[in-house]
Design a protein around this ligand. Sequence first.
Ligand SMILES: Cc1ncc(COP(=O)(O)O)c(C=O)c1O
Length: 400
Amino acid sequence: MKFDPASKIQDLLQFGEYGDVNPSVTDSATFTFMQAKTMLDTFHGEAEGCFLYSRHWNPSNKYLADALAAMEGTEAAWVTASGMGAITSAILQLCNAGDHIVASRTTYGGTFAFLNNYVEKFNIGVTFVNITDLKEVEAAIKPNTRIVYTETVTNPLLEVSDVRRLADIAHKHNAKLLVDNTFTPMMITPAQLGADVVLYSLTKFVNGKNDCVAGAICGSKEFIASLIDVNSGTAMLLGPVLDPFRSSSILKNLHTLHIRMQQHSRNAMYLAEKLEEIGITVNYPGLKKHSGHALLKSIMNEKYGFGGMLSFDAGTADKAAEVMEMMESEGVGYLAVSLGYFKTLFSNSGKSTSSEVPEEKQKEMGLSEGLIRFSVGLDSEIDRTFDMIKKCLKQAGMIK
Ligand SMILES: Cc1ncc(COP(=O)(O)O)c(C=O)c1O
């Protein structure tokens, strides 16, 4: 049987205490107990179904976490106040001072900054690698390597991670594979391919409304329990918990994610093919010429397409700025960071979401200064959007 994340969510029976079809929002920081012993047991993680304090667990957060765990086919999940809250909590839970991480050199800029600048204060070493070069990945592993870290489809270069083989390499060396699946929810289910922990910025496609920041950590029951252990859990002790009102609204949006991903993918494929036809070289994993196309096909779930992210190079940062400003006035979408929104968003990665990566490193990894990253929206008439983009490219002298 093929794994279908949308059906896994659909099959959940989650309703509120009055039969409310959307589970109630539990608007409480703390919870009362009829017996003092049950409170004590809950502190020790031994009272199933009891809630103690909302930094630890809240019923609304649990509904969303359960739905995300179902989507990923993991035993459990926990929801955070941002994607960075999820990424940093998971990493700090697994690493002690003196440990080592092997990480993809192309990741979201905030993740790069955390790994490159922040963890050194705990004497945690990081080796950045070309994640598509499995020999380089394995060669970078040291006896103290605890984590191999990647994004399924990397930000912003859209390189495809061979999750299965990366899991094999990590496990052979007693390390965990952590995968940020923010760009490819539904499309790829990393835990089914061997990833130990799946991370999300829910801010993006999963919520899809750009009305909040949120994140998630999906993994084994044991790992999630360790994260919220009252004595030693990183999530419990650093406290990056999601607000229950947000959990409730994200859960409702999660139920339309499969349809949205299909439309994002259809629109992105249309734009990629049409832009190529008019002579623009497009980076989109749905195109056969993309270096990760065959790999992506071999690991993706059916039906959801190749995703909503694509990019092309305007040559220079100035030209990128000119084209983006024109596209915004023309109505293509917004010049804004972030992604997974119902409207198309575009930004120059080198000067925005990857600006934390020093320029020489950007060059080394192949991130050109004129790269415009698109998060293609849910446009009803994508041919109309294409005409607008074409007009801007003509005006900017990028095509005849
Ligand atoms: C791939 C990826 N992971 C994580 C994050 C961080 O998420 P958040 O902004 O929700 O903290 C981002 C943000 O752009 C991202 O693109």
